[in-house]
Every structure is written in C-alpha cells, then in structure tokens.
Design a protein around this ligand. Sequence first.
Ligand SMILES: Nc1nc2c(c(CN[C@H]3C=C[C@H](O)[C@@H]3O)cn2[C@@H]2O[C@H](COP(=O)(O)O)[C@@H](O)[C@H]2O)c(=O)[nH]1
Length: 368
Amino acid sequence: MSDDENDQELLDLLRQSLGIGPRDPDAPPETRVLESAQYICDNSIDVALDMQGTRDAASVIWKKMQAKSYSTKRWREHELHPQMMDDDPEAAANFIFTMDLLNFCFWSYKGEDERFAVEYKGKKWKGYSSLVAALQRGIEEGIPITSPSFWHDENECTEEVYRKLFRSATEEQIPLFDKRVVVLQEAAEVLCRNFEGSVVNLIERANHSAAALVNLLAEHFPCFRDEMRFEGRTVRFLKRAQIFVADLWAAFNGEGLGRFDDIDKITMFADYRIPQILHTIGCMLYSPPLERDIRKKISIKSKSTWEVELRGCSIWCVEMIRKEIIRQNPDAKVNAILIDFFLYDTMKELEISGEAQIPHHRTRSIWY
Ligand SMILES: Nc1nc2c(c(CN[C@H]3C=C[C@H](O)[C@@H]3O)cn2[C@@H]2O[C@H](COP(=O)(O)O)[C@@H](O)[C@H]2O)c(=O)[nH]1
C-alpha cells in the first residue's frame, strides 16, 4: 500500500472513530495542497511567517495590484506568451501544456553573461523566458515541439532535435536537459495511453474543475506528482500541475478551455522566486543556518526538510496574504494565482533593478 493510501486509510479510521465517517465519494475534488502547507508551516523549524509583516505586506500588495489592474489579462501581455487562444485554442493549450511540463529549474551558478540563454527576436532570454523563447523559436524553425504526437515519435523527435531546440547563446546548456527529454517522452506516452494523445481531452476530462485537473495530472503523470515526505506525512505541492491550470485560466481569461468553476482552489506555485520575495518584503523569516546557506548560494537538497519548509511556508504565507486582503477589502476580486503572478513579476523587476535583498534558494529538481 502506498504512503498516500496509508495516509488515507488512517484518515478514514480517524474519521470513523470521531463519528465523521469516510470521505464522501461525491464530495467536490480537493488537491490537499493547502492542508499540506498548513501542516508544514505548523511544524516548521527553520522557516517562519512574520504575521505582522504579512499583514503589512497584504495592504501594500493589494494597492500595487490595483494600481497595475492585475488580472488574467496580464498573461497575454508577456511578450513571449502564445496569442492564438482565440483562433486555435487547441494549439494554445498544447503550447501551455508543453511549457508547464518543462517549467522548472532555470537557475545557474554562472554570472548573468555566462548563464544559459536563448537568442530569439534579437534578445538573449534567460530563466523562465528562455524556455518560452526556445519553444517559440523552435516552432518558427519548423519543429512542432508543442505537439505531443511529435514527442511520441522518437524517430522524429530525436536528441538532435532537442539539442537544436534548447541551443544556448552561451557556453552553458539548459539545466537538466536529459530530464526534460524524459519528461516529454513520458508525457507523450501517458497522453496516448489514457487521453487519446490529446491535451484537450485531458482538460475536458476534468469537467471545468481546477482541482480535478490538478489531481488528474498528479495521478497519471509522474513528472507532475510533486509530493514529498515531511514529519510522517505525504505533503503535496503539485506546483507545475497547478501552474498549468492557472496558465490556462489566465490565457483563456477564464473561458472555454480556461473555464474552471473552482479556480480559487489553486494555491501559490511553490517555486524558488516566491520564497525569495516573501523574505525580502518581511513576510517570511529563516533560521540563521538556512539564511547563511541561501546567502552563500549553497545548494539545498531536493526533498530535504529545509526545502519542504521553504515551499510549504510560502504557500501558507500567500494564503495568509490572500485572507488579509479579503479582510481589509471584502469585495476584492483576488485569488492566490493573481497574488502569485504579481509577486513573481515583482521579484523579477527587483532582480533586474538590482534590489534583490537575498538570493533565491538553489535546489535542482524537475518539480519547480
Ligand atoms: N510562483 C511562480 N513561479 C513561476 C512563475 C513563472 C512565470 N509565470 C508567468 C505567467 C504569469 C506571470 O505573470 C508570469 O509572467 C515561472 N515560475 C517559476 O519561477 C522559476 C523561474 O524563475 P526565473 O529563473 O527567475 O525566471 C521556475 O521555478 C519557474 O517554474 C509564476 O508566475 N509564479
């Protein structure tokens, strides 16, 4: 029996002993990410939330989000994001699925001019943008890289094709190149076996439920099953599964393939940028040894307690910010996705302007 089934059996036993009874099979789907985040935060030693800092930050964040009229419409303003949602929704969904399959681990130990970069439209793109630029450049060069049937045909989609797709403008190659190839090949196999090779079928199987789509991805695709063990429990982050749903929702403005009736169940995406900005704005505190390693850019092991605490406390912190915004502005139209997008974009601006107060943590993994 898997850890998860163990946990579930224990939970059902506990429910029965308390007279609550087993989970109702007809209950709406839940991702259990938020409850994982709360459990991590309640049991965290090296990361803590500063509640006054979080309250203060909530009002500043909300004011700035309103000033920038932060909404799903901002998604299309990203100069590299696909724009064919209205003309060819399937192509757009395929692009976003491919992007979020590969949306992980772009950081480098090298300097700004030596790190992996993709040359496209006369610019050198780095980080997350390097991925989107590589996909857009590949498509323009005739590589149908956002088509799952192409990844599935290993005679067509060879290592040489991937090397061309991800070729760098510097000496450094894209981090975790081999794992990115495996992720696409595995995803193609699962799509063909369970969803007739179609991303649209996968999305429609969730019946406009964000939580159901996240759970479908975690259930069928190992590369989306972003879970770890912490203090005797399996805790769920599901970062790339959640950001895939969020990108669909934003790209399609909450309609068509982006319509999710429970979109507010999506949490912040536990990556390496949001912890950085939450610490910078005084919402999150690190223990001295953890802060020392982060400032010295010493890598933190994937699935280590420190990493789990950084990720879980960040999710819970954004939930506290969301709740505080609503408390201060009961009619605010805000959710964790928009707060996350705002924080991520703000962190990128701070980094470009050289105002980043602390480096992001360094963990190599396919999870974020
Ligand atoms: N939590 C969160 N993590 C995000 C994003 C995005 C980009 N989303 C776009 C869509 C709408 C927004 O407005 C953004 O324009 C990438 N990442 C993650 O960050 C890391 C890359 O960082 P760097 O190497 O510095 O580019 C890597 O783990 C990547 O997975 C986000 O929005 N939220």
